[in-house]
Write a protein that binds this ligand. Structure first.
Ligand SMILES: Nc1ncnc2c1ncn2[C@@H]1O[C@H](COP(=O)(O)OP(=O)(O)O)[C@@H](O)[C@H]1O
Ligand SMILES: [Mg+2]
Length: 380
């Protein structure tokens, strides 16, 4: 079984959309898929999937030690797809205790299926990170805004720290060293990972080796969602370079997804876009991602071939170019067919204006930071 956790640093970037549509795309090539809603604070995957399911879900499993995972797994309209809902009725479910989380992690790992797709909650808390680390090749979804990519980076940084903290026990000098850092509050977030690792190596080389061995298995896959312009893809490059340089981990790119207006209609019809309109640019992007995932699996389980991470990013760039052409073409088509009205376009322009205003604010904020930093630099 392949576990694919879908995470993001920031909410509203398209995790649930990717998780649900990807799950369906994989069933269409005869894979058995289980989709689980682990966004315990705000589970809405059933809405994206458009499925009415039974009353029990992850919340019941966590709160009631006798519940078996099979009892909360429901068949769906899609052949080969089972669904494990979150649970809207149990608001306390988000406070997961360590033993119940372990039980859930174990139960999920023992499921019998080809793919287990986990839709995670946004944010960087340890619970979310633990589910992400169930496999080394989780998907990280980001949008090409500064906050979103920054949060994606922070998410990975937390994942790396989580791996580090699972590499030593209480007897190691590293333990008390890390505890002291933690007590100091901000210092852990500010610390340069490479420097920290240098200190750890001198303190306890076994811990260091164990960490390296574990972290080498982490190879997240990035999806840049809600692109408006082919140039937006440059954000993913920067994210990759930062994670490589500062966190020492390699990422692959699963590609890009443009913002697609058809998604709004699909959502209103309570249908995943892949079912609503398989030819949509968005649906096609999902199919392409599904193909890549299957391809990666075959290559990874086959003879050891080196997949170059750089290649996957170059490919994403080309796809961004060609999808943009497709998007513009389909816009014209829709206008001619009358499916898209002038009003829709006006609405789109209005939404874009709001986003531009938000970006301008972000831009001013960063500029101010930059100027402040420069001022301080001159004083020194
Ligand atoms: N590529 C896209 N084009 C258009 N709308 C999108 C796209 N990706 C996501 N959305 C919309 O953005 C909103 C947030 O997506 P969702 O999957 O719920 O995010 P998350 O699970 O990360 O919180 C939803 O309304 C969804 O339909
Ligand atoms: Mg979601």
């Amino acid at each position: 079984m392949q576990i694919i956790a879908v995470a993001s640093g920031k909410g509203g970037v398209g995790k649930s959309l990717v998780a649900a549509n990807l799950a369906i795309a994989l069933t269409q090539v005869k894979k058995r898929v289980i989709l689980a809603d682990l966004d315990l604070g705000g589970s809405n995957l059933h809405l994206v999937l458009g499925e009415h399911v039974g009353p029990r879900g992850i919340g019941t499993f966590l709160n009631n030690g006798k519940t078996k995972i099979d009892q909360i797994s429901y068949p769906t309209t899609w052949k080969g797809l089972s669904f494990i809902p979150g649970e809207a009725e149990l608001p306390g479910a988000a406070n997961v205790t360590v033993p119940s989380k372990r039980r859930l992690l174990k139960a999920l790992s023992n499921l019998d299926t080809d793919y287990l797709i986990l839709d995670l909650g946004a944010g960087t808390n340890f619970n979310t990170v633990d589910f992400f680390l169930l496999s080394g090749c989780g998907i990280l979804v980001a949008t090409p805004t500064l906050t979103s990519t920054l949060n994606a980076y922070l998410f990975l940084k937390n994942a790396v720290f989580r791996i580090l903290s699972s590499s030593y026990n209480r007897n190691s000098p590293v333990h008390s060293y890390m505890e002291d850092l933690r007590k100091d509050g901000t210092s852990l977030q500010r610390i340069h990972l490479n420097k920290l690792l240098d200190s750890i190596r001198t303190m306890d080389s076994e811990v260091y080796d164990k960490y390296l061995e574990k972290v080498a298995q982490l190879r997240p896959r990035l999806i840049m969602n809600m692109l408006d312009d082919p140039r937006d893809v440059s954000r993913s490059h920067r994210l990759r370079i930062s994670t490589r340089e500062y966190l020492g981990i390699e990422m692959d790119s699963l590609g890009v997804i443009y913002r697609d207006q058809l998604q709004d209609t699909a959502q209103r019809s309570s249908l995943p876009i892949i079912a609503y309109k398989p030819q949509a640019v968005l649906s096609q992007a999902i199919y392409r991602i599904a193909d890549k995932i299957i391809y990666f699996d075959e290559v990874l389980t086959g003879p050891l071939t080196n997949i170059e991470a750089d290649d996957s990013f170059r490919e994403a760039e080309l796809e961004a170019e060609s999808d943009f052409g497709l998007k513009v073409a389909s816009l014209e088509e829709l206008l001619h067919s009358g499916a898209l009205t002038r009003g829709d376009l006006v609405e789109t322009i209005r939404m874009q204006q709001i986003e531009i205003t938000a970006l301008k604010k972000e831009n001013r904020f960063i500029k101010k930071k930059l100027v402040n930093a420069a001022d301080q630099g001159f004083k020194v």
